[in-house]
Design a protein around this ligand. Sequence first.
Ligand code: ZN
Length: 276
Amino acid sequence: MSGSDRSGTTVRQSRAAATSQTTAAPIAHNPRVRLAVISDIHANLYALEAVLEEIDRDPPDEIWCLGDTVGYGPRPNECCELVRERCTRTLVGNHDLVALGSAEVGLEDFNPEAGAASVWTSSELSPESREFLSPLEPTAMVDGFELYHGSPRDPVWDYVLDEVAVEDSFTRTEAPVVLVGHSHVATAAVLAGETIEGGVAPADFSAALGAGRWLLNPGSIGQPRDGDPRAAWLRLDLVSGEARFRRIAYPVARTQAEIRERGLPDSLAERLAHGV
Ligand code: ZN
């Protein structure tokens, strides 16, 4: 795949002790044959709307969301409503949990900007949004897939951003396809035999799911951090065996204006222009 200057995110290594070599057999009998996978919306409504519009041009059987529907952005309730309507499977992320006031995670785990946004989000969340987010889990098993907001090691807080984390994620899982979010970096890595290859997945990168096991991160809809400010999502076709990474432009300035109107930290608006 094409290179990236984000050091640590490109993986190419030999794996001496592969614990679970699998020839993936996706999954012709699986009724969920065409999937859209989204993640890390972060209350960025205009980015979410743009992605859903693109998804709807060639509708999949299901849309799955890997968590962090809220946090950072200005439209938490609208995003909860859309995700509730449109996604058949949704995970909870660390920002969702902090906004809910979950006992296990707290503001002390966040940097000041994220913390300020979480205080605002928490005060803003409607009873309906709380009701939607509260029962969600940070992980799910679905035939042929394992889903984690963070990583198999720690589904809430851990990032899969380097080769050690990728290898650890393969070691701890068995499914042909492992889906993670949380890092906001679109990622594709494959374990084939004893070798792991892959890294940052650029726009329109396409992976053939047939050989080996894959770890895929669709990237972030609402706050990309891989240098491409466009909203990221992932299309999976289990009949053709293709995973395709998608990016779609959205009106960044509208989200930035709303972040500023609400008095959220300016840096949260600024970073959206650069995808960092
Ligand atoms: Zn996130």
